[in-house]
Design a protein. Structure first.
Length: 135
């Protein structure tokens, strides 16, 4: 990810590159966290998102009822914010997020209603994971 590039605002899927991260594929392992099963209703709320692959990046995301979201992310000493839409398919466990910055993020969520991971690949082709923790 280049300097000044929004990671959440530039998430893409399917190999298309829009300047950020492409995450798709199977879910990573959750760490327990004491939450229940992931449902669309259980995901509504505030989340702190990190990636073990990018130590200098994090995002605070609010998933609103009705499928909208807002976010504030921090990368390389810079801050970005925006909004978008999200959904969770309880049958396939696919979490999808689309940001106003043109991002399309979709992948299998693994974990529980308090902490979950999504594994996939960054836009540059590197394997990566995002870790979501309830705030």
């Amino acid at each position: 990810v280049g300097a000044g590039t929004s990671v959440v605002g530039g998430l893409v899927v399917g190999g298309a590159v829009a300047g950020g991260v492409a995450l798709a594929g199977g879910g990573g392992g959750g760490d327990g966290g004491g939450g229940g099963a992931i449902t669309e209703a259980s995901l509504v709320g505030n989340w702190h998102v990190t990636s073990p692959d990018m130590a200098d990046w994090y995002a605070d995301v609010t998933l609103h009822d009705g499928g909208t979201l807002t976010y504030s992310e921090h990368y390389g000493g810079m801050a970005f914010s925006g909004s978008g839409t999200w959904s969770y398919d309880e049958n396939t466990h696919i979490f999808t997020m689309n940001s106003d910055g043109g991002a399309n993020f979709s992948g299998a969520a693994s974990g529980n209603s308090n902490t979950f991971d999504v594994a996939g690949h960054f836009a540059g082709g590197e394997a990566g994971t995002t870790h979501w923790e309830r705030r």
